[in-house]
Each structure stands twice: as structure tokens, then as C-alpha cells.
Design a protein around this ligand. Structure first.
Ligand SMILES: C[S@@+](CC[C@H](N)C(=O)[O-])C[C@H]1O[C@@H](n2cnc3c(N)ncnc32)[C@H](O)[C@@H]1O
Ligand code: SF4
Length: 349
């Protein structure tokens, strides 16, 4: 039975210039109807499931009202297994004491906080409203509720962003003993504001900044376990995301959500209130491409005693072994340098 659940909440109160995630403006009535559909789907399709990991992503799940969050979370509260991980993506701007109490009361035990940067000029440029005081306040509120398993997202690659600024952001996270850090390289998505403005990034600076991030996080005791993710100890790795990177089944609910169950990938599109479900059965080649593309993102790689990973490896053995980035060691296959993963992946795409 599927052990992971992803719910997409496609609502934001403002839009960041770099982002083209599936989301629209927060409207209370739309959210009310949306949540009813989510809960109906949960009750219909997953009445008997209990999940090891639940992930509420967005959009901005915590821009919902307290009443809406309470309704959603109380319906999920008893859908968890022992040793569960229950994450909610949050924007620091909307965190309040009342909201943190709702999280705590309803078994949420991991917070993924979008910070991106603390630099005021860049925040303004990307239309975000989380200066340092707001983030500090959010962290204090969360910690008071003993919500200590916090992950923070940063983005590097903005124009005029210097190594000093990135160091400042990282030092801030160290000072607040953040256990998990995601550092994403700025991607210019065609439908985002930056995409429309033809925003240009500088690959050489980005590469230098990534080198710095890797070195600095290592010095401070964070282990890179995936292309963009670092954890203080293994227990702080995102169990939900690791399950999806390992192509373990996950259920998905909501407009814009992808799932993988019973060997089928599926995707909800349509509109926020009229979802359309598309299912795709992949050919063997497509499935193995998917397994390797996801699994090789992990520093540890894929364990060949697992039947699916072994089949994927055997299927693309020739292509993989033709690259000096490919490593096969102690029954694991992995990429020698995660920064160059794309160069390995194009061998079999
Ligand atoms: C759904 S958002 C996080 C929650 C909340 N909406 C917020 O922004 O605070 C997920 C994360 O994706 C990352 N992200 C979104 N668009 C990106 C892009 N174009 N390039 C790099 N990272 C991006 C950001 O780090 C963001 O925090
Ligand atoms: S980064 Fe977060 S807040 Fe900004 S538009 Fe994307 S989902 Fe919304």
C-alpha cells in the first residue's frame, strides 16, 4: 500500500518573479471548495491508507486561513503511521503563533520554509516580503511550539548576488541551528516574470557560488545527500523526497500534483476547481530513464540488490559505463560529481 502522500495547494498571496509553479491567487471561497475536493479524494481513494510521509506543497500552503488549515489538517491527522514525517511548506511571512499551534496540534512535525535570500535588494527585485526580522520572528514562533525540524530554502544565481550575501544567508541559518538546507540554483522558467523579461544568468558565477556553498556547508557539518539538499544528520533528510527520488510509490492529490502508484505516473491538470486526471503507463525504457534520473540525484546512489534499480542499470549499462562520471561500487551505482549530473543523464536520454 502506498506510504507517501503529496497534496498540492496552489495558492499564493503574491507571485515571485522567478516562480512558475502551478498556483493562482489566494481566494477564500476557491480555497474552501478546493479543500473539500482534496478531502473527498482522500476519503474515496485512500480510506484505508496510513502514510509514513505526508507533504503539503504549493503554492503557499500556510497562506490559508487558520480555519482552512485546521479543516485540512484535522482530516489528515489520523492518516499517519508510526515514525511518520509530516511536512508543510511555509512562507515565513504568514507564520503566526496560532498557526504554529494548529500545526503542532495536528501532528505536523517538519516545516519547509522558503527564505531564498535575506538580501533586501534581491527580495524587492523578486517580489518577496520576508526580510530578516520576519524570518527571525517565524523561527522563534516555530521553536516555541517545539517545531524544531525545520528546513530552509535558499536560491543562488540572482544577478548582483555576491558570495558575501550567500555567506550571510548561510551564517544566519547556522546561527539558528537549521537542520536541513536546500540551495537551489536559480532556474529561469519561460512562464515566470523573469522568463518573460528574458532575465540572463551568469553560469560562471553560479558555478563559483555553488563551489562555495558546498565547501561552506561541509565546514559547518552539513552533508550533501542530494543535488540541492544538505542535512546536519541523516535523520534530518527529507524522508518524503527521498522516497520519491527512490521511485517508491507516492499518492498525489490536487491541481498540479504528480503521483506514482501501481507502476503508473499520473498528473492532475485542468483548473484549480475542475481537475483532470491524466495517467501515463511508461514503456520500460521510459520507466528506467525515470528511475535513474531521480535516483542518481542522490549522493548515495541506487542499491543494485533492489530489482527495479538493477533492471534500470542493466537496461542502460552500456551508456552509463561509457561515462567517466559513472561509479559502480559496493553494489551501488552513483554519479561521481553531482554538479555534473546532467552530463551523465544525457547519455541515456
Ligand atoms: C513552493 S515554494 C516554497 C514555499 C512558499 N511558496 C515560499 O515561496 O516561501 C518551493 C521552493 O522552490 C524554489 N523555487 C521555486 N522556483 C524556483 C526557481 N525558478 N529556481 C530555483 N528555485 C525555485 C524556492 O526555493 C521555493 O522555496
Ligand atoms: S516561490 Fe512560493 S510564494 Fe513565490 S510564487 Fe512560487 S510558490 Fe508562490
Amino acid at each position: 500500500m502506498t506510504k507517501s502522500l503529496y497534496i498540492h495547494l496552489p495558492f499564493c498571496k503574491s507571485f515571485c518573479s522567478y516562480c512558475d509553479f502551478k498556483r493562482g491567487m489566494y481566494k477564500p471561497k476557491i480555497v474552501d471548495s478546493y479543500l473539500k475536493q482534496v478531502i473527498n479524494c482522500l476519503k474515496k481513494k485512500y480510506a484505508k491508507n496510513s502514510f509514513k510521509t505526508i507533504y503539503l506543497g504549493g503554492g503557499t500552503p500556510n497562506c490559508l486561513s487558520n480555519q482552512q488549515l485546521e479543516y485540512l489538517l484535522k482530516n489528515l491527522k489520523n492518516k499517519i503511521d508510526k515514525n511518520y514525517e509530516f511536512t508543510i511548506e511555509c512562507n515565513p511571512e504568514f507564520i503566526t503563533k496560532k498557526q504554529a499551534e494548529i500545526f503542532k496540534r495536528n501532528n505536523v512535525n517538519r516545516i519547509s520554509l522558503g527564505i531564498q535570500t535575506l538580501n533586501k535588494k534581491i527580495l524587492k527585485k523578486v517580489n518577496r516580503h520576508n526580510p530578516q526580522e520576519i524570518v527571525e520572528n517565524a523561527l522563534t514562533i516555530l521553536k516555541k511550539q517545539h517545531l524544531n525540524n525545520i528546513s530552509c530554502d535558499l536560491i543562488y544565481g540572482f544577478n548582483n548576488q555576491t558570495k558575501k550575501m550567500i555567506k550571510y544567508d548561510l551564517d544566519f541559518l547556522f546561527k539558528h541551528t537549521i537542520k536541513h538546507i536546500s540551495c537551489y540554483s536559480l532556474e529561469i522558467k519561460p512562464h515566470s516574470t523573469f522568463g518573460k523579461q528574458k532575465y540572463q544568468t551568469d553560469d560562471i558565477t553560479i558555478e563559483k557560488h555553488l563551489e562555495f556553498i558546498i565547501k561552506y556547508l561541509k565546514q559547518h557539518g552539513y552533508k550533501r545527500y542530494e543535488v540541492s539538499n544538505w542535512a546536519k544528520q541523516n535523520k534530518y533528510q527529507s524522508k518524503h523526497n527521498v522516497a520519491t527520488w527512490l521511485t517508491q510509490p507516492w499518492a498525489a492529490i490536487g491541481y498540479g500534483a504528480y503521483g506514482f502508484e501501481n507502476d503508473h505516473y499520473y498528473f492532475y491538470h485542468g483548473t484549480r476547481l475542475k481537475w483532470k486526471l491524466s495517467t501515463k503507463k511508461l514503456s520500460k525504457t521510459e520507466k528506467y530513464q525515470q528511475v535513474l534520473m531521480m535516483g542518481l540525484r542522490l549522493q548515495k546512489g541506487l542499491y543494485l540488490k533492489n530489482k527495479l534499480y538493477f533492471e534500470a542499470y542493466t537496461h542502460f549499462k552500456k551508456q552509463l559505463e561509457s561515462s567517466n562520471l559513472f561509479v559502480k561500487q559496493n553494489n551501488y551505482i552513483k554519479c561521481r560529481n553531482l554538479n555534473l549530473l546532467d552530463e551523465l543523464l544525457i547519455k541515456f536520454f
